[in-house]
Design a protein around this ligand. Structure first.
Ligand code: FUB
Length: 304
């Protein structure tokens, strides 16, 4: 990786992929997708919006969906409750999670409440997951530079085997993970994003960080806030700095947005949530997905 690139994107560049949104992956309200292909099966790990109060994101478990073809989805059910993290508040909220496979194991990173991220591990993508470390992996204010709200973990493993966890609200953070995926290595760093357009003060980091690599370029994407666009910046290292590039998903009629990108052979998809299902709203969200495509020089085409 580490390819040196020099992009000057045209200011007027806006190429919209006109694909229609997929059907909902579930009739249940769910949000904050973490999407993966494990053993030729697609999995979406999600926040449970069906069982929250409707007034806040206060559900206490996570839901899992799976598919063999990205079209027909099976509801695997409530596969993990926040109570697995015995060190967390008994009413801890189960927010946007991130799964990852490594070492023949499946790791599940999850914010509980707004101050702690836990990690659970399983031999199967569908669980059962257990907490192998008995404490938060990252916690505020315990850990220096964890920020006020360490939530929304996203995992990326580079070609050299180094794992990174991105997280944070309002200020994006990154920390290296050990090969065991259960420990952090070194300091928590701020992710630097340069080049936000001066003309739009709403263009800033909000939440929902996501890192992927495509053709040697590192793409750092995130929501700009509440409501938020999903935008992206690029860099030549997983640690940044990143240069703002543009919008992937425009504002939706909902207070949050949160996405994940699936790279499947030569195809890519962006999963996100919206208020698309009847009766939906800020706290009753639904997961959909769209194809994600790139220009020959690596710009991500706006999808929505
Ligand atoms: O689901 C609760 C919170 O809403 C997530 O942590 C954020 O990313 C936003 O989607």
């Amino acid at each position: 990786m580490g390819r040196v690139y020099r992009w000057v994107f045209g200011a007027a560049l806006l190429i919209v992929n006109s694909a229609n949104a997929s059907d909902l992956i579930s009739e249940r309200f769910c949000a904050d997708p973490s999407v993966h292909k494990f053993n030729n099966v697609y999995y979406v790990y999600a926040t449970n919006d069906q069982d929250n109060s409707g007034e806040y994101w206060d559900s206490t478990d996570w839901r899992l969906f799976k598919s063999n073809d990205l079209t027909s989805w099976q509801d695997v059910g409530s596969f993990l409750n926040a109570s697995v993290f015995t060190w967390a508040d008994t009413n801890a909220k189960a927010w946007a999670p991130a799964a990852y496979a490594r070492n023949g194991k499946y790791y599940f990173y999850a914010p509980v409440g707004g101050k702690q991220i836990g990690v659970a591990v399983s031999d199967s993508p569908e669980g059962p997951f257990v907490d192998p470390i008995g404490k938060a992996l990252v916690e505020s204010p315990r850990d220096a530079n964890a920020g006020d709200e360490p939530i929304d973990p996203a995992i990326f493993i580079d070609a050299d085997g180094q794992a990174y966890m991105y997280f944070g609200t309002r200020v994006p953070k990154v920390v290296k993970l050990g090969k065991d995926m259960l420990t952090t290595e070194g300091q928590i760093l701020e992710v630097v994003i340069n080049g936000f357009p001066e003309s739009d003060k709403k263009k800033k980091y909000g939440e929902a960080p996501y890192l992927h690599e495509h053709n040697g370029i590192y793409y750092f994407s995130f929501s700009t806030g509440w409501p938020g666009q999903i935008v992206y910046a690029t860099g030549d290292s997983p640690l940044g700095p990143f240069q703002y590039q543009g919008v992937i998903i425009d504002y939706l009629d909902i207070s949050t947005n949160h996405h994940a990108i699936l790279q499947d052979g030569d195809k890519s998809y962006i999963f996100y949530h919206d208020n698309a299902k009847q009766g939906g709203g800020d706290h009753k969200r639904s997961i959909l997905y769209l194809p994600l495509t790139y220009s020959p020089s690596g710009e991500i085409y706006r999808v929505k």
